[in-house]
Design a protein. Structure first.
Length: 208
């Protein structure tokens, strides 16, 4: 009745294909899409893949319609610093989508940041409880991107920009990283020490 399928047998040993736990990861950026919310807020949708093949899709909102910068702007600047990029420009490209009805992946044209795609990156995720958008009155857990670091050196953005060669900030950040229940949000707001959004650095002081 059954014939051994080696691929299926090995698949049974694997965990979920999606990153869902608080922790430190090293991997690469699969795709970086330029996005705009209905409110006019702009941002970048990042698809990150860890070295074990698991993925996470993160929406990093950077600037409101009125020009006000959000904490996600700092995070994007930190990301660019860790990748040694002075600027990124949107261009036409292909992105993968998921069709819930057919339960199949498809590709369509979109606006992306090609300079970010395929680049190695280290990142921190924090499992966060939020009010469910689908089921009012209920909560759901999701893994949020809360920090990035240079994959090869484990230096964070502020360390790179100040010329440090020994990583020290990352260990401290990881030590404080923990799941964030909804009830604790006001008492213990998430850290936003992204490092790359400091405007005190003149262009000539950027080491790349």
């Amino acid at each position: 009745m059954y014939t051994l399928d080696k691929q299926s047998a090995m698949q049974a040993d694997k965990t979920s294909n999606w990153l869902s736990e608080t922790g430190k990861y090293v991997g690469k950026i699969l795709c970086a899409e330029d996005i705009k919310a209905a409110t006019g807020t702009r941002g970048v949708a990042l698809t990150l893949q860890s070295n074990d093949g698991r993925e996470t899709r993160q929406f990093v909102y950077t600037v409101k319609a009125d020009g006000e910068k959000l904490s996600g702007y700092d995070l994007l600047m930190a990301l660019m610093t860790c990748l040694k990029l002075r600027d990124i420009k949107p261009a036409a490209g292909q992105v993968k989508r998921w069709d819930r009805e057919s339960k199949q992946e498809y590709t369509e044209q979109a606006t992306v940041f090609p300079e970010l795609a395929g680049k190695p990156i280290g990142f921190l995720l924090q499992k966060t409880e939020e009010e469910s958008r689908k089921n009012p009155g209920q909560t759901a857990w999701t893994a949020k991107l809360v920090g990035v670091f240079e994959a090869g050196t484990e230096l964070m953005a502020a360390e790179i920009l100040t010329g440090k060669t020994k990583p020290e900030q990352l260990a401290a950040r990881v030590a404080l990283l923990a799941d964030r229940p909804l009830k604790n949000r006001k008492a213990a707001p998430a850290q936003q020490e992204y490092g790359g959004g400091n405007s005190d650095f003149a262009d000539e002081s950027i080491p790349f």
